[in-house]
Ligand binder design. Sequence first.
Ligand SMILES: *Cc1c(COP(=O)(O)O)cnc(C)c1O
Length: 481
Amino acid sequence: MGSGKKSALSQEQTEALRALPSVEELMEFPALSAAIEQYGRELTVDSARNVLERLRASIIAGKEGGNIAGLAEAVAREAARIFEPSLKSLINASGVVVHTNLGRSVLADEAIEAVVRVASSYSNLEYNLDEGKRGSRHDHITRLVMALTGAEDALVVNNNAAAVLLALTVFGGGRDVIVSRGELIEIGGSFRIPDIMASSSARLVEVGTTNKTKLSDYQRAIGPATAMLLHVHTSNYKVVGFTAEVDVTEMTELGHAHGLVVVDDLGSGVLAELPALVDEPSVHDSLAAGADVVTFSGDKLLGGPQAGIIVGKSEYIEKMKAHPMARAMRVDKMTLAALQATLAMYLKPEEALAKIPTLRMLSETDESLKARAEELAAGLKTALGAGAVDESGAAAIGVERAASKVGGGALPLLELDSWVCTVSPSGITVDELAARLRETDPPVIGRIHKELLLLDVRTILPGQTDAVARAFQQAFEIPQP
Ligand SMILES: *Cc1c(COP(=O)(O)O)cnc(C)c1O
């Protein structure tokens, strides 16, 4: 908590506050009549209230008072913004490959084309062209997922959280589901295993301790009300030191001996063999270990659209497909199209690595990363002018080795050696530079380390180098040719 010390307002601040018009007065400004006509009175009043509130807060915080003459324009801009696209594309220079806040995976061209095709015309989404009658949307993808994972059957829902909720509801509803205390995870965006359980009507039975859970812990907890054993991949943290956990093979042996369903929530789910991902459990391994149902995300390491992929034994997948909740979680045609195109590339691993951006980023060579960091540094120096390289200019620019993360809220502490372009601004602080780069078009999101802004080239898409350089010109207000 802060010190709670409130400084009294200066005379200047008090006067600035007094000089502000009320919402009603502001609405009478002649310069606002166009906005009222265009956006309606209600929305304009709302905008006026927001603008005044921000201005008041800014005066109280001792920042600029703003000018009353520009108030009407600010209100009109505020109203206009509601109708502008708010989801903007930006440049991810953070080095975090699967960045949940930045939209996770970038789709491959093939997936984008598939989305455009299916979105711009009618399709056979639920129509069987051979028989001329109603078909199932699942049919477009089931065989492909089965072929790639070796599973008996498959189902796709909106995201992996939905997949886990569906499994808990179908197999654990009204009964007990046993989970290790070491796996009661929270994933960014408030996906918490205990909360998902609570909303599923399955009863959570925790076993073991945070650092150690043994097979005998599960064994002792199994009773007449037990329906399911849940294994959760602890995808975003690791317990190190004095630890023990039960692997899926042991868990399935125990579960099956008691007639229980064993579900493995893999989180990311790896389908490709990548050196960077050797420690991530693969879908194959989990099925081979005997899990009845395995769930994973479409937009984490798979590199496709947001989706929850469920694979496993036919009898269980059938039950999940038939549950009314599956209807409420069904995937959209655009998701299906993108997922199908992404998965199809996994048939040839070299093709998947070359074309799926997430996999390409994770497998980019040191040499290539270094070359791109140097190219970016050269581009920035040119864009910022000769001054960029010495203390009198906008910024000092260098190239350094650093570590990229696979995924902020999604994956382990896995770090990959990468190369970054470092920027040490002069005249402004590094925080100020980062803030200005959030306002450029497109915004550039880097990483701050000590007094340096790091631009990690691993997540900067090929062809974005010039856009980064232009963003820096905008940030430093250097006129562009
Ligand atoms: C990410 C994750 C989820 C949630 O998946 P979404 O696709 O984001 O809904 C669930 N479980 C684990 C282990 C995860 O890593």
